[in-house]
Design a protein around this ligand. Sequence first.
Ligand SMILES: *[C@@H]1O[C@H](CO)[C@@H](O)[C@H](O)[C@H]1NC(C)=O
Ligand SMILES: *[C@@H]1O[C@H](CO)[C@@H](O)[C@H](O)[C@H]1NC(C)=O
Length: 191
Amino acid sequence: MNSIKNIAFFGLMGGALAIPKPATSQSHLKINYPADVGCGEVNVFYTGFPAHHQMVIDQGYNVTAVDISLRNEAANLIKAGFNVYVLFQGPDQPVSNIADRMAGTQWGIDAVGWDNLHQYRESAPLTPTVFNWGPDTLSESITRRVPLNEDCTNKPGKLLAYEEICDPTLCEKITVITNGSLEDLLKGPNA
Ligand SMILES: *[C@@H]1O[C@H](CO)[C@@H](O)[C@H](O)[C@H]1NC(C)=O
Ligand SMILES: *[C@@H]1O[C@H](CO)[C@@H](O)[C@H](O)[C@H]1NC(C)=O
């Protein structure tokens, strides 16, 4: 009856992060947010930097706090009824990882961090794009744009995956959760 709608969200770790903007602008993309959707009917794909990435450390962030925020925000989205796939990686990793994770699914909205934009467009050229400017605003920016049509208090979404890909020389620790456990997600880095 209800088809799953998909949103892809690129997170930029704080507006001040000195990452060059992609030459192309997202502004001409037509944004069609999913409407009239219920609990568990919207998949959110979210990417950005792993909290403990050296580039985030270099920007002076308290990466422990950033990490906690990012994991809490993913959990909040799930509690709000969204299904969430998180893939965090830095520019040291191949952007094709994103395409790999997005393959086979139709994504409804892109949210953009650093210069994944090109890859997102190749993977999902017509999906809307949303910018998110900080680790604390993910769930808010999505729930504001995609209000679900029912109360999901007892009908949370799913953690599709929380995947940080980072070389140990660049990230002291990462979080990888592929079995859907929110409890594990909230425990903190596990690798
Ligand atoms: C960084 O954030 C963590 C978690 O909120 C906190 O416990 C710690 O005191 C903070 N560190 C600094 C240096 O502010
Ligand atoms: C999920 O996997 C982790 C190891 O990756 C394991 O420690 C944990 O018990 C699993 N949780 C569930 C709910 O299966």
